[in-house]
Design a protein around this ligand. Sequence first.
Ligand SMILES: *Cc1c(COP(=O)(O)O)cnc(C)c1O
Length: 462
Amino acid sequence: MVESDPRRSIPRTDSLLSLPEVIAAGENLSYATIKSIIAEAQSAARAGEITVAEVAPTIISRLGSSSASSLTPVLNATGILVHTNLGRAPLSPAAQQAVLDASGYVDVEMDLVTGKRSKRGTGAKAALLRACPAAGDALVVNNGAAALLLAVTALRGRGSAAGSTVGTDLAAASDPAVVSSAVSPTEIIVSRGELIEIGAGFRLTDLMTTTGARLHEVGTTNRTHLTDYANAVGPRTASLLKVHTSNFRVEGFTSSVQVSELRGLADDHSLPLIVDLGSGLFTHDEALPDEPDIDAALRAGADVVIVSGDKLLGGPQAGLILGRREAVQRIATHPLARAMRTDKLTLAALEATITHTGNPVHDALHIDLDELRRRTETLAEAVGATVVPHDGRVGGGGAPGVPLPGWAVELPEDCAAALRTGDPTIVTRVHQGRCLVDLRCVPASEDDRIAAAIARVLAANG
Ligand SMILES: *Cc1c(COP(=O)(O)O)cnc(C)c1O
């Protein structure tokens, strides 16, 4: 019986490796990749998931799929500008070019005139400082969470004997009360209304306490006053932290303390004031009137402001720290900064994002509504569907609850899965039993491909 088991005749690895298609694939794919594709097909046959006859065709088809990585480019028809599941901000054409240019050997840490080692990221930093004149210095790290971790770790106020102040408060250093206190400053004072979870179960509170810091929560969920912060300041206080509640909104009987008010308290006690803004608007944007910006936060007195590179800024994943020179320097020279160092591709993309136009996030936010309506109507007409009003969103933890009014093409709900798994891959919004196609974040040059894809799906669904 065992002898007649067809699984015994599964093609051997050496014979599969000598198939002409497999040899040809070896021009591009590594030997290890090819071997594992072969092994997977053999074990699928062994498990009875495919027949013995299907082994070679399965391998050939998998070797032939042309993309270099398993990431699939997606047309974002959700109307959500910064969609974390879709990689947040798409890069501008200039940023894409910059990534390509920087992907080989590049002078990221070399002065080509002298041939000597130079500082990493000077171009990106200069661009940031030009975009944000209120900042005395800037540092780029891997993401916003890293920037926050680094800032609260490196900036600790006057509580300890060893800890010097962020400011040039020489009096504090000779203050006997400070010198005699052996306690180290580990407490970060933060409002209970600002203890946010940033998604996928990550809480800023957990993040910060991993550094050995302790959060000293003040106020209540809906209301926090300056006196709450003032009463909490003590010998263990390391810093004052203000976090923009980027992904939710508390409405009704609420009150929070402004950065400018916290500045006064920070000065009274020589404490660093750290402001985490989440999204990265450099200056006020009329389209998002309640979204705070870096310029205003710095002018109001933040020592450092932290933002993400890939939210409203529309750049690569990065954490930007902008602020007073001494504070940024202290953060930049902390040993932990090396573990969060940005790579050359990010620095290149970030600089290009800041210095060039054509930013997809910015353009989608400020889209010409007449043009969006015309495109939506054209698409609806082409596929025989109707246009409905539809609000886009900033998403990705920015401007919660702020609608971006526009339109969408309405389709039956079951179109969503077919569009998502088709070519081109189109991600739509499924809402109240409908599939909504919002063109706000879709390049106009893709409208025809979207129309053709929808027409195919509707025809297949009968
Ligand atoms: C998004 C966000 C973060 C985390 O930034 P990442 O770049 O995602 O690491 C931190 N704080 C706030 C307020 C945020 O909105």
